[in-house]
Design a protein around this ligand. Structure first.
Ligand SMILES: *[C@@H]1O[C@H](CO)[C@@H](O)[C@H](O)[C@H]1NC(C)=O
Ligand SMILES: *[C@@H]1O[C@H](CO)[C@@H](O)[C@H](O)[C@H]1NC(C)=O
Length: 472
């Protein structure tokens, strides 16, 4: 009897311990974010994003049909009446041709999402962000809220978003969506604007329903918001959407967002910070940020009026990559597909070159952290990242320029690494260790051997892996 009682008691105790553990776990899981910035900003950024470092950005839409100057075609033509645009239209299109008339020539007849995904995967990028609706309002998915102004009803007659999401995920890349809150000429938006944003008809009937629609339908892991700047977050109802996204949506645990949620939120609120386009501060920013920039220096969209000089070289792109990652950013590298659905060879080449470089040097990029300073003070074309295995720290020096020949050979002088007797220096992709000498007054002189061209790990930028530093 007593024995049984003891057994029962033991059972009750362990049951209550079990319940306590369960309720702690449930509590931890049930962090409820409130629709205010203090609460939303306290959400930790899902770790896949910082680890990934590199994404591909795609500006695609009706503007890809004129493919002239950029994604703001409609606005520069109709509102700005910029001469270049007006002349282009006069010369090439009948007098009453409207912007909407371009849509039927958005055909995407060569669109092969698997081929795109192959290229993106080969580029070394770990996520893809597709412009699903730019400021023109045309949705690349069959939206319930964009009647007759979407890729299923007009033009491609296809769900461009869904097909890319599937292809990209097959390659184990994360899929994200850019979405413009405002639309240049949406009558509901223009009406709210005329009311000084005291009414929210456009938000209630268009912008918000669309955002819920894409999240539920495509489960994007990046919501890259834009077109926010004319009105505050309160007009856009941003905090309510984000609270839903973080608490209840199908991607609540993995989704990341940017900071463009109202004229008052950039570089302040949201997930990672984009701040401005091509944001590249050149110093470490403690908050996670992203540099979105373009392979075509001038434009986000594919444009036919482009010269060879308008494309960044791979050397220039790797410079931007090094600087961005060293300062704690991610790089979101943009290419513009054509209206017929191609990634043109020069974009493809840049992406594949980046991938080739990352095959050798990815160790210094993925999962890395900024070092205590991003850039060397003696050789400023050298940028640093670091990794730690718990016990020791490895420092990676990304060397953009091969050192110049001197009487002593090819010597790279770095001011920041302080060597010990146990320090080792290697070039990623090359087997032998490099010799070095401490630099007088602090720092290190690294002796680059003469390497036969065929044995060079890469031909554009090189990474030194430095272990055993005094100040790692
Ligand atoms: C263009 O539109 C105007 C006014 O709507 C009309 O009078 C004219 O005939 C149209 N021109 C052509 C070439 O369709
Ligand atoms: C803002 O979001 C809240 C919560 O989802 C909703 O109840 C409200 O109707 C939304 N307002 C607008 C204008 O969309």
């Amino acid at each position: 009897m007593i024995r049984d009682r003891e057994k029962t008691m033991a059972c009750v105790y362990s049951m209550s311990t079990f319940l306590a553990i369960i309720s702690i776990l449930t509590l931890a899981n049930a962090v409820k974010y409130e629709p205010n910035w203090k609460s939303l900003d306290s959400r930790p950024l899902p770790s896949w994003y910082d680890s990934s470092k590199i994404g591909i950005f795609l500006h695609w839409g009706v503007f890809s049909v004129p493919a002239f100057d950029g994604a703001w075609f409609w606005f520069y033509w109709r509102t700005q009446k910029a001469k270049k645009y007006v002349d282009f239209m006069k010369k090439n299109y009948p007098p009453n041709f409207t912007y909407a008339d371009f849509a039927k020539n958005f055909r995407a007849e060569f669109y092969d999402p698997d081929e795109w995904a192959n290229i993106f995967s080969a580029s070394g990028a770990r996520y893809v962000v597709l412009v699903s609706k730019h400021h023109e309002g045309f949705t690349l998915w069959p939206s319930k809220y964009s009647w007759n102004w979407n890729a299923k009803d007009v033009g491609p007659n296809r769900d461009l978003v869904g097909d890319l999401a599937t292809a990209v995920r097959k390659k184990s890349l994360h899929f994200g969506m850019y979405h413009s809150l405002f639309e240049f000429y949406n009558p509901l938006y223009l009406q709210d604007k005329a009311n000084h944003f005291k009414t929210q008809t456009f938000v209630e009937n268009k912008a918000m329903p669309e955002l819920y629609e894409i999240v539920n339908k495509y489960k994007p892991e990046v919501i890259w918001s834009d077109g926010d700047w004319e009105a505050k977050d309160t007009y856009w109802n941003s905090t309510n959407f984000l609270a839903w996204l973080y608490n209840e949506s199908p991607v609540k645990d993995t989704v990341v967002t940017n900071d463009r949620w109202g004229s008052n939120t950039r570089c302040k609120h949201g997930g990672f910070w984009n701040c401005n386009d091509r944001f590249n501060p050149g110093k470490i920013i403690a908050h996670k940020w992203e540099n979105c920039m373009t392979v075509d220096k001038q434009a986000w969209a594919y444009r036919r009026d482009v010269d060879l000089n308008d494309f960044y070289t791979i050397e220039e792109l790797l410079g931007v990559l090094a600087e961005t990652i060293s300062c704690g950013g991610n790089l979101l590298l943009n290419v513009g597909p054509t209206a017929d659905g191609r990634i043109v060879p020069i974009f493809e080449e840049r992406l594949r070159q980046m991938g080739k470089w990352l095959e050798v040097n990815g160790e210094a990029i993925y999962d890395s952290k900024p070092w205590f300073k991003p850039q060397d003070n003696v050789t400023e074309s050298t940028w640093y990242t670091t990794k730690s295995d718990g016990k020791s720290k490895t420092v990676y020096a990304i060397v953009l320029n091969w050192p110049k020949e001197s009487a002593n050979g090819y010597i790279l002088s770095l001011g920041l690494p302080q060597p010990t007797t146990g320090t080792t220096v290697k070039m990623l992709g090359y087997e032998n260790y490099f010799n070095y000498k401490p630099l007088q007054g602090g720092g290190i002189n690294i002796d680059f051997p003469v390497i036969p061209f065929k044995k060079l790990p890469t031909t554009w930028a090189w990474v030194l892996k430095i272990e055993g530093l005094k100040n790692a």
